[in-house]
Design a protein around this ligand. Structure first.
Ligand code: 0L1
Ligand code: MG
Length: 261
C-alpha cells in the first residue's frame, strides 16, 4: 500500500473520531484486502496525525485479549493501540456521552513498570519482576465503525477502539496479589452488569504485557517504564447511557468509578 493510501485511510478514521461520526469499516469498500501489517501502518500514521494535532501518548493498551475473542476473530495474537492524553478521565469525574459515538466500558488491570522491557522473549515472570505497581482501571472503547462492526485489520487501524481511560489510584505491588484470580465486577448504577477474573486476560494479565513487549519488538520498540499500560478487558464491554454511574470493583485492588452525563 503506498504512502498516500495509508495517509488517506488514517485520515478517514481520524476524522470520524474528531467528528464523532461513525463510518463504514475500511474493509467494506475503501480497501477490502487490508492486511494486519498494513493496518498497523495505518495506525502508526493515525498516531502521527494525533501527535501532530498536539496530543500526547500516555501509554499502550492491549485489545482482543480473551481466548474466546481471539478464536472468534481467528487470530493468534492480541492487538495493541495507544491511550492519548485527551482520552484520560479523572476518577470520579463525568464524561459527556456527546463526546463519543457509542461508547462502551470494560474493566482492566493497569500496569506501571519500573524498567523498560524489550522483546523478543519477554515472559510473564519478566513482567512481574519489572512491575512497580498495578492499579484498577476502566477503558472506554468507542469504535469509529458502524455498530462496532469490523474485522481485525479494521480495528487495528482504528487504534483498537481506544477512546478513554479512567485510572484508579489504588496502587498495589504485583506480589501482593494473585493477578489471575483477582475478581472484578462492573456495575452501572449499582447493578452488576458483568464480572470476571484476571485470568480472562490471556490466562494472566502480566502475560498480556509480555505479549505487548514481544509484539512491539518486531518494530524495534519496547514497553517503557513509568507509562500506565492497559492489559486488556476482563469482562465483556458494556454500553453506556446518559445518567450512568459506572463502577468497577476489584478483589484486593480497590475500585474505580465515573459518571456519564
Ligand atoms: O480494548 C479492547 O479489547 C477493544 C479492542 C477492540 C475491540 C472492540 O472495540 O470491541
Ligand atoms: Mg480494552
Amino acid at each position: 500500500m503506498d504512502k498516500n493510501k495509508i495517509k488517506a485511510l488514517a485520515e478517514y478514521v481520524h476524522n470520524a473520531e474528531k467528528d464523532k461520526k461513525e463510518i463504514l469499516k475500511i474493509t467494506a469498500d475503501l480497501h477490502p484486502s487490508l492486511s494486519i501489517d498494513e493496518a498497523y501502518l495505518v495506525q502508526e500514521e493515525l498516531i502521527r496525525q494525533k501527535l501532530e494535532d498536539g496530543h500526547q501518548i500516555i501509554g499502550p493498551k492491549m485489545g482482543i485479549t480473551s481466548e474466546a475473542k481471539m478464536k472468534q476473530m481467528d487470530v493468534d495474537d492480541p492487538i495493541y493501540g495507544y491511550v492519548f492524553d485527551n482520552m484520560i478521565v479523572e476518577e470520579g469525574d463525568s464524561i459527556s456521552i456527546s463526546d463519543y459515538i457509542h461508547p462502551k466500558v470494560e474493566p482492566e488491570i493497569g500496569f506501571i513498570l519500573g524498567k523498560d522491557l524489550e522483546g523478543p522473549g519477554v515472559t510473564t515472570l519478566d513482567v512481574l519482576r519489572a512491575t512497580e505497581h498495578v492499579f484498577p482501571a476502566i477503558e472506554i472503547i468507542d469504535s469509529r465503525y458502524e455498530n462496532f462492526n469490523f474485522t481485525l485489520p479494521d480495528v487495528i487501524a482504528d487504534n483498537t477502539s481506544a477512546a478513554g481511560a479512567v485510572f484508579g489510584t489504588y496502587l498495589r505491588k504485583p506480589e501482593e496479589l494473585e493477578l489471575d484470580v483477582v475478581g472484578v465486577t462492573l456495575s452501572i448504577n449499582g447493578e452488576v452488569q458483568s464480572l470476571g477474573a484476571g485470568a480472562a486476560v490471556l490466562d494472566h494479565p502480566a502475560k498480556s504485557i509480555a505479549r505487548l513487549a514481544n509484539m512491539l519488538s518486531k518494530k524495534g520498540e519496547k514497553v517503557k517504564a513509568g507509562q500506565p499500560i492497559l492489559s486488556g478487558g476482563i469482562t465483556a464491554a458494556v454500553r453506556l447511557s446518559p445518567g450512568d454511574f459506572v463502577s468497577a470493583k476489584y478483589g484486593g485492588l480497590g475500585d474505580v468509578s465515573f459518571f456519564v452525563k
